[in-house]
Design a protein around this ligand. Structure first.
Ligand SMILES: N[C@@H](CCC(=O)N[C@@H](CS)C(=O)NCC(=O)O)C(=O)O
Length: 125
């Protein structure tokens, strides 16, 4: 009975231990990616909101760094990491100059009210 309890405790420790480790790797990937590029979009290639978010940046003649989560083996772990970092599980998630802007709705709102141009430094061009 004691041996069974110890085995169960070891299994739980192993499971949660590896979960924490995996999420740390992907959290580091997210943080490293957003700090290495001016504009980052975490996206899924088939997602219509993601396509529309990319179109906003095309409109502004800006080329974002796009991470297509559905085209990577670690995409679902990255999505988990993103949900820890930004508190949302949906795509797109857009970052400008290392800061989280939000999803598609936030991107369009920022585009329409001029905040996006300010963040990109294109407001006084
Ligand atoms: N209102 C959201 C819509 C985003 C949305 O619903 N995205 C879908 C994909 S098109 C999503 O993330 N679904 C969950 C998933 O793919 O895991 C926004 O402004 O970004």
């Amino acid at each position: 009975m004691m041996a069974l309890a110890a085995a169960a405790a070891a299994a739980v420790a192993f499971f949660f231990g590896s979960a924490v480790k995996a999420s740390t790797i992907e959290e580091a990937f997210v943080k490293d990616t957003v700090s290495s590029h001016d504009i980052v979009i975490f996206s899924k290639s088939y997602c219509p909101y993601c396509r529309r978010a990319k179109a906003v940046f095309r409109e502004l003649n800006k080329v974002p760094h796009v991470v297509e989560l559905d085209q990577r083996e670690d995409g679902s772990n990255i999505q988990d990491a993103l949900s820890i970092i930004v508190g949302r599980r949906t795509v797109p998630q857009v970052f400008i100059n290392g800061k989280h802007l939000g999803g598609f709705d936030d991107t369009v709102e920022a585009y329409e009210n001029g905040r996006l141009a300010k963040l990109l430094g294109t407001d006084d061009l």
